[in-house]
Design a protein around this ligand. Structure first.
Ligand code: NPW
Ligand code: ADP
Ligand code: K
Length: 451
């Protein structure tokens, strides 16, 4: 049972192609079912298990798992919604010599395994399935989903039919978008990958702990990375970003704008376009609290005119002409929330991953599409997905903190996609350290502890 960090994410079609390329599908189902049995036995201990099987290959995995658990002496029962309809699932079902109960009449067990539907779900589940399933899940102490919680769309994380939430989802061979994208991900519980030994290449991965440069004997404040935060109408937002940049590891942070007070380590200068000419600046952060007036326009123009890497957030995203980015050589990272994303790129098509990739290609920049799930995409087609964000992040200024942290990781010299992903990871971990009802100032402070 492998944690999802850094693992490839595959659409249903890509998963099917990987399975076909492997060749022996029956051996694959055998491995999948046995791996599920092993995982369930570990999670369940000696508790009796009830496995619910669907008509397709997800159900096939369930039959193999049931047979393997029974062979190991585990108390296991099985209920099916319909007879198996694929050759693979029929062969798997033939290995289960026990009774096949109907879903409607099945009595609960302490451990419930959902092998109803996986990547092949194509439409809503009927009441005849959802009603008994919810009843059985409510009576179970542990609910484990095989590959995906049934009822959710694998590729975009839509909820077609609301499943009873699983505590654990056992992803087979690779992660699928729905393991990380909302609203589906909240029904998956803890996601663990079962390695089936097949190559599952992807340009899209789950977020992982970053490798960031550590200071050494030769370091000084400017080698750690210098960040300039452009201030604006709401000085507090820019200051939060500046504080976050310091706490995320920048060696020198200058806030260009009004505002005063602690921290004393923050260098404060009045705004002037010339201040951006300092060649030591590793990243300019613009947008938090910038405002949308003529002065804000002028500041954004000046930032775009520099040859420095940029983090563009908040108000600056509303003022941005995407075509201006095409002429720049230096990296740019855009950090829109859903509203800013829609205003910049329109509604778009496909999953949040697809839409963010299209936006990155359009902007020729890294796009960090924020929310309860965050997708980070590069123009070259790579993407990183951060699931299970702390919902307490929905607090004013948490985006300013992310923008500042991104300034720090970008100024540290790592490549732009890695810098963006590292900042999202640090931000997410910092939130976890803050407990409940934290404010953005606490979040910025916690970045130091995560570093
Ligand atoms: N990745 C791997 O390495 C491996 C993957 N494997 C496993 O294969 C799984 C994918 O299997 P799959 O393609 O057969 O699809 P699955 O999810 O079982 O559902 C399709 C069936 O459900 C039916 N159906 C659909 N919607 C319905 C509805 N609302 N209500 C009722 N019926 C509905 C649909 O009928 P149809 O739409 O064709 O009429 C069809 O019969 C994958 O998730 C993983 O568990 C392993 O076995 C091997 C290794
Ligand atoms: N449930 C959630 N609702 C809203 N934001 C969330 C949630 N979970 C995590 N976040 C994160 O919180 C941050 C909010 O950013 P943003 O909306 O720009 O806030 P602000 O403009 O107040 O600084 C983003 O990093 C986002 O990914
Ligand atoms: K399932």
């Amino acid at each position: 049972m492998i944690p999802p960090d850094g693992q490839p994410i595959l659409t249903a079609a890509a998963m099917r192609a990987a399975e076909q390329a492997h060749g022996d599908l029956s051996a694959l189902m055998d491995r999948a079912g046995r791996a599920v049995a092993q995982a369930v036995a570990r999670l369940a201990g000696p508790s009796p298990v009830l496995i619910l099987c669907g008509p397709g290959n997800n159900g096939g995995d369930g039959y193999v798992a049931a047979a393997a658990l029974a062979a190991a002496g585990h108390a296991v029962r099985l209920a099916a919604v319909a007879p198996p309809t694929t050759d693979l699932a029929r062969a798997a079902a033939a290995r289960w010599t026990g009774r096949v109960e109907t879903l409607a009449n099945a009595q609960p067990a302490p451990v419930l395994v959902d092998a109803l539907f996986g990547t092949g779900l194509s439409r809503l589940l009927g009441h005849a399935i959802t009603a008994p399933w919810h009843r059985l899940a409510a009576a179970a102490q542990l609910h484990v989903a095989v590959d995906l919680p049934s009822g959710i769309a694998s590729d975009d994380g839509a909820v077609l039919s609301t499943p009873p939430p699983a505590q654990v989802t056992l992803a087979l061979a690779a992660l699928k978008p729905a393991h990380l994208l909302q609203p589906a991900a909240r029904y998956a519980g803890t996601v663990r990958l079962l390695d089936l030994g097949i190559a599952a290449p992807s340009s899209c991965h789950a977020i992982a702990a970053p490798t960031l440069p550590e200071p050494g004997p030769d370091s000084h404040k400017f080698t750690r990375g210098m960040v300039a935060v452009v201030g604006g109408a709401m000085a507090g937002a820019g200051e939060l970003a500046a504080l976050a940049a310091m706490r995320a590891g920048a060696g020198y942070v200058v806030h260009l704008g009004d505002g005063q007070g602690p921290p004393h380590a923050l260098v404060r200068k009045p705004w002037s376009p010339a201040a951006l000419d300092d060649p030591r600046i590793g990243a300019v952060v613009i947008g938090p609290g910038l405002g949308r007036d003529a002065a804000a326009h002028t500041r954004l123009d000046a930032a775009l005119a520099t040859d420095r890497p940029l983090v563009i957030d908040g108000d600056a995203l509303h003022l941005l002409d995407l075509d201006r980015l095409a002429d720049r050589q230096a990296a740019a990272i855009l950090t829109p929330h859903a509203g800013e994303f829609a205003a910049l790129f329109g509604k778009g098509q496909g999953s949040k991953i697809d839409r963010t990739l299209a936006a990155a290609a359009r902007a020729r920049a890294i796009v960090v599409h924020k929310g309860p799930d965050t997708v980070i995409a590069a123009p070259d087609g790579r993407a990183v997905v951060a699931g299970d964000a702390d919902d307490w992040l929905s607090t004013a200024g948490s985006g300013d903190v992310l923008a500042g942290a991104t300034g720090a990781t970008l100024a540290s010299g790592v490549a732009a996609l890695d810098a963006a992903a590292a900042a999202v990871w640090l931000h997410g971990r910092a939130a976890r350290r803050c407990g409940r009802s934290f404010i953005a100032d606490d979040l910025a402070a916690a970045l130091s502890r995560v570093r």
